[in-house]
Design a protein around this ligand. Structure first.
Ligand code: ARG
Length: 298
């Protein structure tokens, strides 16, 4: 398990950090969602194509499915920040500490103050990341299921120099992975640590040294590799709580494979968000700790 740094321990002696007994996530409704600019290959050709009504219906379906297995808090959407719906990229949260993103693109930097304020009001301790070393939250940094290791990506958005700084918020070990395919510009669309030590990933998104690092931690029985066809349907961009997996990809074969590993997969049409380059995982930011998997018995 990660421990908090001495500086944070001293600061939190005065006011306790938020703690959740149930899995808890933050979502941001797609009131102002659109493809207004192109900052990833998925957005090209989709300028102003998403239907807001359809996006709202799809988002609500994900929201309701997530509510079955978690508490969901809401962040108000803001005009002028069309990608704010992808709230998972604005921070990485663990143990009541939130490492705040410093987005690469000015178009997404407008989202930063809104989430910062929400997290501050909710009592989180904020760990700022410098503008010079871009960091895109859960888009590029994910803990493994028992939270003793942080996987962080670089190569497209997040700067490698941010990795150690972010990991220092929890005094945790960090492993850097190099993304080499522009379609998989964030870690959360090609890599998903799952319950029971499994990993869902697309090997083609990484360089050879990164694949060796992944294979050194996850044995072959624990690695669930997806095909390029599955990966390009956002098959790795999943929300996983216990045995539940929520995914935007409609790949029947993958659902069956995951069922063989004991997972219960719910697929939700999130096609309007695929136009913007994101799916289920990127639409919800985890607030509770990874070991909080279900509601306590009442
Ligand atoms: N338009 C957003 C961006 O490019 C989409 C984010 C979704 N990303 C993802 N990792 N699933 O930043």
């Amino acid at each position: 398990m990660t421990t908090i740094s001495p500086a944070i321990a001293a600061a939190t002696a005065l006011s306790p950090l938020p703690h959740y007994d149930r899995p808890t996530y933050l979502m941001c409704p797609p009131e102002f969602y659109d493809v207004d600019y192109v900052i990833n290959p998925w957005m090209a050709g989709n300028l102003h194509r998403p239907s807001r009504d359809k996006a709202f219906a799809q988002w609500r379906n994900l929201y309701q499915n997530l509510q079955r297995i978690a508490d969901v808090r809401l962040l108000h959407a803001r005009a002028g920040s069309p990608d704010m719906v992808f709230v998972a990229h604005a921070a990485l949260v663990h143990h009541g500490i939130a490492a705040i993103s410093s987005f690469t693109h000015p178009q997404r930097q407008t989202e930063e103050p809104h989430l910062r304020r929400w997290l501050q009001d909710a009592g989180f301790l904020l760990w700022e990341t410098p503008r010079e070393t871009a960091f895109e939250g859960e888009g590029d940094a994910l803990f493994d299921a028992d939270a003793n290791l942080l996987w962080a990506a670089h190569g497209v958005r997040t700067c490698q120099h941010s990795h150690r700084h972010v990991a220092d918020a929890w005094h945790t070990k960090v492993v850097s992975l190099h993304l080499v395919d522009p379609r998989f510009y964030h870690l959360d669309i090609c890599f998903a640590p799952l319950t029971n030590g499994y990993l869902l990933y697309f090997p083609g998104a990484f360089d050879a040294a990164s694949l060796a690092r992944i294979e050194a931690v996850y044995s072959s029985e624990k690695r669930i590799a997806v095909s390029e066809a599955e990966a390009t349907q956002f098959a790795c961009n999943v929300i996983n709580i216990g045995r539940n997996v929520l995914m935007g990809s409609q790949t029947v074969d993958l659902s069956a494979r995951l069922a063989d590993y004991g997972f219960d997969v719910t697929t939700i049409d999130l096609s309007e968000f695929h136009r913007g380059g994101g799916s289920a995982k990127s639409l919800a930011l985890r607030l509770s700790d990874l070991n909080v998997l279900e509601a306590p018995a009442i």
